[in-house]
Write a protein that binds this ligand. Structure first.
Ligand SMILES: CNc1ncnc2c1ncn2[C@@H]1O[C@H](COP(=O)(O)OP(=O)(O)OP(=O)(O)O)[C@@H](O)[C@H]1O
Length: 191
């Protein structure tokens, strides 16, 4: 899938999709939010009524600003992708992800930025997500994502990732519109 891309020469970036179920497994030992209020930094969930939720950020700046996206960012020199995703989630929303697992990878090409994006899924974290200069976090039900305000290609792979599947993809954008979309699911997310 990436034969045409000199992936070793592309900048690397990460994304984290934190999934919090209603089984009490995730979180920091505190009760999950129980008032159902959106944007309280707590997943709904310990009343058995809600399904899984995932943490998205409304990005205030940088690539993809003004959209909802998983927390993440660019890999720094000398850093592994796993170290990057842990650092970026801490910087952007103030929590520590404890069990990030790489579940996907995609090559992104556009008019002004190319990258290899490493996608992680996590279910365990410590702390409470908080708004920062970079990001406004909010929990969304996995079956009610704000897809109209996300990268268009997220809809191709994010439901698979939230379902625990792996994927590889290649997305070419021009004028903020996808021109080429290739995806394989159920494959090792190597690179
Ligand atoms: C179809 N294309 C895409 N779909 C979904 N997400 C995408 C993406 N292309 C880039 N991304 C993510 O966008 C962030 C950029 O990084 P960004 O936040 O600008 O970097 P970083 O936090 O290091 O910021 P500074 O450069 O220090 O400002 C980073 O998470 C990266 O994975």
């Amino acid at each position: 899938m990436f034969e045409e891309d000199p992936v070793d020469d592309l900048p690397a970036a990460t994304l984290c999709h934190l999934v919090d179920g209603d089984d009490g497994a995730a979180g920091d030992g505190q009760p999950d939010g129980d008032d159902g209020a959106a944007g309280d930094g707590q997943p709904d969930g310990d009343d058995g009524a809600a399904g899984d939720e995932t943490l998205l950020i409304h990005k205030k700046r940088g690539v993809g600003s003004d959209q909802w996206v998983g927390p993440g960012g660019k890999v720094e020199p000398g850093e592994t992708v796993r170290e990057c995703v842990v650092r970026e989630v801490r910087e952007e929303v103030g929590i520590d992800v404890l069990d990030p697992e790489k579940v996907g990878v995609f090559v992104y090409r556009s008019d002004d930025w190319d990258a290899v994006v490493h996608v992680f899924r996590a279910t365990e974290y410590a702390g409470t997500p908080e708004e920062t200069e970079e990001a406004d976090p909010r929990w969304f039900p996995v079956d009610d994502l704000p897809l109209d305000e996300m990268w268009q290609t997220d809809r191709e792979w994010l439901p698979h990732v939230l379902d625990g599947e792996t994927f590889r993809g290649r997305f070419v954008y021009s004028d903020a519109e996808p021109q080429e979309v290739r995806i394989e699911t159920g494959v090792a997310p190597s690179l």
